[in-house]
Design a protein around this ligand. Structure first.
Ligand SMILES: *Cc1c(COP(=O)(O)O)cnc(C)c1O
Length: 417
């Protein structure tokens, strides 16, 4: 099949069997069929090579098909893949120990699942069971997933409306606003918050916000949940984004990068005290058939080994600064179009001053071999979350492609005006 025919075949099947409206949007933005992932690049059906600055919303922290992770998974395929469930699994045991050693504070027990939203579901259930309370405080603009529980605490009307009534008890406060934390009271089971909002548009809270959240929860006897599904594991230039303020939650969720960009894997990490309350009488209080399977945990183990070596986290901080400085220089050239550049590590958002510019710039960047996307909850914001193994040369390529894309978009806007 030639390249055009292959594209047409896949596109038609998406339109008939997967998601016609989404397929049209992707086609319009110029996305082809992904054929090969390799390090920081994705190669499409026409052999075009894209620098992956979207990074699967942060899944490809270790690059596409990181050789060490691929080898570990290949080795695992020759012994046992999914769990027989009655037996112990060495990989789950080793990974849980590693995560407990990495995680801040008293986080010690791991519940493994297969995605971010499942990790959040577990966190919410544990918070309710451990406190005997139902009120859950979350933040506007947050993203915690799209299953019913996680959606109930996701701060975006657009995704919730059609599915209401959702889980009762959720309420929302302004993200980053310390005064809003007064909503955390003696009825509150937990406050769930992203240390940096991802889908909300890469929103970094003011320093002291996480500490204030910790204090508010302690005062109210509520639990603090950090959803680090996107911000964790080196993304923000720290092992966990909450390390920036040196604040530890009672429950933390991880997913996206946890499986090393090779196998899906999620985890909910929590304290022994919470374990006793939730699982004390019933060790089967919460379970998952596929969660913690030997194959996924092997991928996770290889990935966490790389993370612990430190180079990836250092590079995230260093290359993140290089990229952000580059974008700030571009912003100085086009202040009318580009409003703000923000983020930490390689979790960077650029916000345009008007709607629709984002889409144009995405298409321009694609044309120049750089793959990005806008934030789900905030289409004015383009997100840059490349693999943390990105080189200075690749960062500079992304920045100059962005510069050229804005120049061309600016011209286009003048013509259209
Ligand atoms: C992506 C994301 C989720 C949901 O993860 P899925 O694997 O898509 O279910 C939850 N929380 C945050 C912060 C996320 O970025």
């Amino acid at each position: 099949m030639d390249a055009d025919a292959l594209y047409q075949d896949v596109y038609d099947k998406y339109c008939r069997y997967i998601n016609p409206n989404l397929a049209k949007l992707m086609g319009f933005a110029g996305f082809g069929v992904e054929m090969v992932g390799d390090g920081c690049y994705i190669i499409d059906h026409e052999g075009r090579k894209y620098l992956d600055c979207l990074g699967g919303y942060g899944c490809f922290t270790f690059g596409h098909r990181n050789p060490r992770i691929i080898q570990a998974v290949k080795d695992q395929l020759d012994t046992i893949t999914l769990s027989g469930k009655a037996f112990f699994s060495k990989n789950a045991a080793d990974l849980a120990e590693k995560l407990a050693n990495m995680a801040p504070g008293d986080l010690q027990i791991s519940f493994f699942s297969n995605s971010g939203t499942e990790a959040v579901e577990a966190a919410l259930k544990f918070a309710k069971a451990a406190t005997g309370r139902v009120k859950i405080v979350s933040t506007n603009g947050s993203y915690h997933g799209k299953t019913i529980g996680a959606l109930s605490v996701t701060g975006r009307e657009k995704y919730r409306k059609k599915f209401e009534p959702l889980m009762p008890g959720a309420c929302f406060v302004e993200y980053g606003d310390t005064a809003g934390l007064s909503a955390i009271d003696s009825e509150t089971a937990c406050f769930i918050v992203e240390p940096i909002q991802g889908e909300g548009g890469i929103i970094v809270p003011p320093d002291g916000y996480l500490k204030a959240a910790r204090q508010a929860c302690d005062k109210a006897g509520a639990l603090l949940i950090f959803d680090e599904v996107q911000s964790g594991l080196g993304r923000a230039g720290y092992v966990f984004a909450c390390n920036h303020e040196d604040v530890a939650p009672d429950i933390m969720t991880l997913a996206k990068a946890l499986g090393g960009g090779v196998i899906p894997l999620g985890v909910t990490i929590f304290t022994q005290a919470i374990y006793d309350k939730v699982f004390g009488e019933n060790p089967m209080a919460h379970t998952s058939t596929f969660g913690g399977n030997p194959l996924a945990c092997r991928a996770g183990l290889a990935a966490m080994e790389i993370l612990q070596e430190g180079e990836v986290v250092r590079n995230s901080a260093e290359m993140g600064k290089r990229m952000k400085d580059g974008f700030l220089a571009v912003q100085a050239k086009y202040p009318d179009i580009l409003g703000e550049v923000r983020g930490r590590g390689l979790m960077i958002g650029v916000e345009f001053t008007m709607d629709e510019v984002g889409e144009l710039v995405v298409a321009q960047l694609m044309k120049r071999g750089v793959c990005v996307a806008y934030a789900l909850n905030n289409p004015r914001v383009l997100r840059f979350e490349p693999p943390l193994i990105i080189t200075a040369e690749q960062v500079d390529h992304a920045v100059s492609a962005f510069d050229e894309s804005l120049a061309e978009t600016a011209e286009l806007l003048v013509v259209l005006a």
